[in-house]
Design a protein around this ligand. Structure first.
Ligand SMILES: Cc1ncc(COP(=O)(O)O)c(C=O)c1O
Length: 429
């Protein structure tokens, strides 16, 4: 039996939970139930995006300039997640062998829209939980001998680089890196750097399609063709790409591709995938293993046999694809570029050194600037604690600014105004 004090504690916790849930549901109810009329876009683009902003739970007085780390799932995606729970958690599936866990089967109702969205065949795609998991699959799964070389850039994310570092330590492969200029001038510069670094021992070229460090969009198609022409495997870390830019993996021609749709597609956290070109599937070993790992007929499905996983996340992923298609990837990408160009120009006006490529083909919605002597961590804390503006950077003076489509120009202006204020306050102006 509960004593009075424990009863009160338990009931307070319950009340808090109910209040929280009520609040979340109220927020979802407040979000418009449909997207704005596409005709509004032609009449008044800013008004269209202001309507879209209402789909996001990010409060009106908060400015989120770090979608690059992770996105924010908007109302249609969250509703789909909750619908997923409502429909599966009653455990009343028609088939007694059907349970709400993915990780043991094909789940084509989710792979089909994803494959179509990223431009590949269903049988070449495995649903996973993030790019780190997919990158680990790639590095662990490919047979290499001691002394074999993997070539990457110096701007890889830890979740892309370390799976290879582990392999180097364990099996004696060699990781080599090309140093990307800051900024990268054009695609030819990158191709030359890779071409010059290839040796007779190079077996894999691994690179980010969009790097975490500078946001540069690397020439994935040309790099994959270079690798192919020399019999080298190409593996691309596309964590940032789905939902940020139009993507057609087949056109890129790479052997493998990993991604995290919970970034720019605004899918629920824990949404990832691995693409493996059909001709390469049989060369890749599983990393996570359960029944089916050695059945070649399953094609890439065997890589998504990872044990019990959360089905409503897939409902949310599917809804995020629908949302991007409903808005239109062309419009989204144009919006991303427009906002990024604006913030970049404004930062340059303020004396920032751009580490963002001057070639528009090599940038999209992540801008990176170096702003010495501004100490980035102090600025990051000050922005967040004083004005609810969330940015990211790296030591000592680099700022990385993400411009997701739901961001409003007035929000960017507010960040710029506060950046100036910070410099004045710290006597750095
Ligand atoms: C290029 C790149 N790869 C991999 C990752 C890791 O993503 P996740 O944590 O979703 O696995 C990130 C995250 O920022 C990234 O930028």
């Amino acid at each position: 039996m509960l004593d009075r004090r424990r009863f009160l504690t338990a009931s307070t916790a319950l009340a808090a939970t109910v209040a929280f849930r009520g609040n979340l549901i109220a927020q979802l109810d407040k979000a418009p139930s449909t997207l704005p009329d596409p005709a509004l876009f032609d009449k008044n683009e800013d008004a269209y995006w202001a309507e879209i902003r209402k789909q996001f739970l990010i409060p009106a007085d908060e400015i989120y300039l770090n979608n690059g780390t992770v996105g924010s799932s908007p109302a249609p995606v969250l509703r789909a997640v909750f619908d997923g729970y409502a429909s599966t958690e009653k455990m009343d599936q028609q088939d007694p062998e059907d349970y709400p866990i993915w990780g043991y089967a094909a789940w084509n109702e989710f792979r089909d829209p994803l494959a179509e969205f990223v431009g590949c065949r269903r049988d070449e795609i495995a649903l996973l939980r993030n790019a780190t998991e997919a990158n680990s699959y790639i590095a662990n799964g490919i047979d290499l001998k001691p002394g074999d070389e993997v070539l990457m850039t110096d701007q890889e994310h830890p979740g892309g680089e370390h799976p290879w570092n582990l392999k180097a330590k364990r099996y004696g492969i060699v990781v080599k890196r090309v140093t990307l200029p800051r900024p990268v001038k054009d695609a030819a510069q990158v191709l030359n750097l890779f071409n010059d670094a290839i040796t007779p021992r190079t077996r894999v070229i691994f690179f980010s399609h969009i790097t975490t460090f500078s946001g540069v969009v690397l020439p994935a198609k040309e790099l994959s063709a270079l690798a192919r022409s020399k019999g080298i495997v190409s593996a691309v870390d596309g964590a940032h790409v789905p939902g940020m830019m139009r993507l057609n993996i087949k056109e890129l021609g790479c052997d493998m591709y990993s991604a995290s749709p919970h970034k720019w597609l605004q899918a629920p956290k824990g949404s990832g995938f691995l693409y493996v070109r059909d001709e390469v599937i049989d060369r890749l070993w599983n990393t996570i293993v359960t029944e089916g790992w050695d059945d070649p007929k399953l094609r890439a499905e065997r890589f998504q046999r990872i044990g019990s996983s959360n089905v409503p996340v897939l409902w949310g992923l599917r809804a995020s694809i629908k949302l991007a298609n409903d808005i239109g990837m062309d419009r989204i990408e144009r919006r991303h570029r427009k906002l990024a160009d604006y913030i970049l120009d404004e930062m340059k006006e303020r004396g920032a050194e751009s580490w963002t490529s001057p070639d528009t083909a090599l940038r999209c919605a992540i801008v990176t600037v170096n702003v010495p002597p501004v100490p980035r961590m102090d600025l990051e804390n000050w922005m967040w604690k004083t004005y609810k503006i969330r940015i990211r950077g790296a030591e000592p003076n680099k700022l990385r600014l993400s411009t997701p489509y739901y961001l409003q120009k007035k929000e960017i202006d507010r960040f710029l105004e506060k950046f100036d204020e910070y410099k004045r306050e710290r006597k750095l102006a």
